[in-house]
Ligand binder design. Structure first.
Ligand SMILES: NC(=O)c1ccc[n+]([C@@H]2O[C@H](COP(=O)([O-])OP(=O)(O)OC[C@H]3O[C@@H](n4cnc5c(N)ncnc54)[C@H](O)[C@@H]3O)[C@@H](O)[C@H]2O)c1
Length: 433
């Protein structure tokens, strides 16, 4: 099938690559000329494991192309994905400007029946809104063209996006017509995953409710961690014991410095604001956000109870919001750096992929050349993002380079036993030393 993907960010490019891999003909389109230029030369503008070689492979086979010309993409495709950003407005609502602009663009140049598939995370009722915008643009041209709008929310996780696209837990398809349902079935026939057909509105809510539930799970464990820390209980063992219960499951139970990224914070805020618009209290969502927004403050207060930060050199490990991505949107590292600087500390940081965008926000901090230079003269180490390479460091070597010996593990990802044996003063988030 011929597929256009509007928006070639983290979701769009992964969708394009995985559909291309399934044998479909793909055209990716973006308003960002630099991004498209890079993609046309086979360079991925973001870091996402495995996607760049797959794109290069598909280009060699002539199965994928990129353009800034929306008309070309719309006329080329039977199925058009919208995968543009839906960032937060200051009041927490999702900003639909990019989705609406893409819909208007489709309506301006659509020439025959198409299925428009919304992959962006959008408020309930957006499929209907997209339909109205397209119809209005088509009518302006005195045309009558049939089309369907499908809601197909995306659940991939950055850092393992390709794996999630190849082997999703489920494919949610909000379809209002049999024709659209058949075409979506055909499009995804190569994917071994249950397909759940429902209405577009239900599909839109499934996405928000899923993300809000996962975010709440994390905040719940962070709240438990605060109590565990006071009562001298090891929250990592509590999580392990809880996770053995099939009704709870072992995932998203890790306490730490809170969630970040381009999805959880904005999606919980958007869902909360949908509640407000409907004159509904959403106390669980409100408190889940509050715990997350204060988790770094709690962490730094704990640090300050152990060591004075004033004038200290802090080695900060990891800056991206999670491992295996260069994405720093809403990354806890931003909050931590801000708090450390306010407390008079000096920072040297290292991240395998995300140093440049953080340096743009904080030009006053030092970016280390490698994962050992970051320890040079440090009094305190703080693990912020649990990249695998930090778990495999030669910690003896790291310690020799340091002035002090404090280590604060914001992700409970390091071995307390091993580090304490080397001579570190180790503290994890409510973790036994
Ligand atoms: N990033 C994730 O992990 C993830 C996971 C699931 C769902 N989502 C959702 O998917 C959507 C996209 O997220 P993302 O992280 O890929 O965003 P992104 O910011 O990485 O990419 C969005 C892209 O859309 C392009 N764009 C904007 N308007 C356009 C237009 N009119 N025409 C063509 N291109 C346009 C931008 O230039 C950008 O390249 C969001 O709604 C997000 O909530 C994201």
């Amino acid at each position: 099938m011929k597929v256009a993907v509007i928006g070639t960010g983290y979701v769009g490019i992964t969708t394009a690559a995985s559909l291309g891999e399934m044998g479909h003909q793909i055209m990716g389109v973006d308003i960002d000329e630099e991004k498209i230029k890079k993609l046309q030369s086979g360079i991925l503008p973001i870091y996402e494991p495995g996607v760049e070689p797959l794109i290069q492979d598909l280009m060699r086979q002539g199965r994928i192309q990129f353009t800034t010309d929306l008309r070309e993409a719309v006329c080329f495709a039977d199925i058009i994905f919208i995968a543009v950003g839906t960032p937060s407005l200051p009041n927490g609502q999702a900003d639909l400007a990019y989705v609406e602009s893409a819909a208007a663009g489709i309506g301006k140049c659509m020439d025959c029946y198409k299925v428009i598939v919304n992959k962006s995370t959008v408020p309930i009722g957006t499929a209907e809104r997209v339909k109205k915008i397209i119809t209005s643009e088509v009518n302006k041209r005195d045309q009558f063209i049939k089309f369907d709008v499908v809601s197909n929310p995306e659940f991939l996780q950055e850092g393992k996006a390709l794996q999630d696209a190849r082997w999703p837990d489920r494919i949610i398809l909000g379809c209002a017509s049999e024709n659209a349902k058949n075409l979506m079935n055909k499009l995804y026939q190569g994917v071994q995953a249950p397909k759940y057909f429902t209405s577009p509105k239900n599909a839109e809510m499934i996405k928000y409710a899923s993300n809000a539930f996962l975010a709440t799970k994390i905040s719940f464990m962070n709240e438990m961690a605060r109590l565990c820390d006071t009562l001298e209980v090891d929250v990592t063992e509590v999580a392990q014991g809880m996770g053995m219960d099939k009704r709870i499951g072992p995932y998203f139970l890790q306490a730490g410095i809170g969630y970040g990224g381009s999805c959880f914070p904005k999606d919980v805020a958007a869902l909360y604001s949908m509640g407000q618009q409907a004159h509904l209290e959403m106390p669980i969502l409100r408190e889940a956000q509050k715990v997350n927004q204060t988790q770094c403050d709690w962490f730094v207060e704990k640090m300050k109870g152990i060591v004075n930060l004033e004038g200290k050199n802090i080695a900060l490990l990891g800056l991206s919001f999670k491992p295996e991505t260069d994405d720093i949107r809403e990354a806890p590292s931003i909050k931590l750096i801000d708090l450390f600087l306010r407390n008079g500390a000096k920072i040297s940081a290292y991240d395998p992929k995300a140093m440049k965008p953080i340096q743009n926000i904080f030009p006053q901090i030092t970016m280390a050349e490698d994962c050992y230079q970051v320890f040079d003269g440090a009094d305190i180490v703080v693990l912020c993002t649990e990249w695998k390479q930090f778990q495999k460091l030669d910690w003896m070597r790291a310690k020799r380079m340091m002035r002090g010996n404090y280590l604060f593990d914001g992700r409970n990802a390091l071995s307390a036993k091993e580090l304490t044996a080397i001579g570190f003063h180790y503290w994890g988030v409510a973790k036994k030393t």
